[in-house]
Design a protein around this ligand. Structure first.
Ligand SMILES: [Ca+2]
Ligand SMILES: [Ca+2]
Length: 118
């Protein structure tokens, strides 16, 4: 999913630090709230598909994920996050998704950092 050689050591350290911080439930809550508010462009308290798409594009770029965010991907991720299937993403749903995401990505990026050497 990621290619460690595309990152500088500093980038990997930065990402690892962020992910490690987000392993703390309180920090995660706070951070997701900020993310949620900044992507909820029409400020209606929910993320819709286009708002989610912007979020996914940003994440994918900043983590250099090999992921092209097209409508199929957005639909898939939207369905995964939208646990109660009301076609809106609520704050607690995004929080749960990011929590699982951090859990999954932390080992991947910490391994990449180890392998990046000195
Ligand atoms: Ca919205
Ligand atoms: Ca929902």
């Amino acid at each position: 999913m990621i290619n460690p050689s595309e990152f500088t050591k500093e980038e990997l350290e930065g990402i690892n630090k962020t992910l490690a911080e987000l392993s703390d439930p309180d920090a995660l809550k706070e951070e997701v709230k900020k993310i949620f508010d900044s992507y909820d462009a029409d400020e209606n308290g929910y993320l819709d598909r286009s708002e989610l798409k912007n979020f996914l594009n940003e994440i994918s770029t900043s983590l250099k994920l090999k992921m092209y965010i097209d409508d199929t991907v957005v639909d898939h991720v939207f369905g995964t996050i939208d646990q109660d299937k009301n076609h809106q993403i609520e704050l607690d749903e995004l929080e749960e998704y990011v929590r699982q995401f951090v859990e999954k990505m932390l080992p991947i990026y910490s391994k990449a950092l180890e392998e990046s050497g000195e």
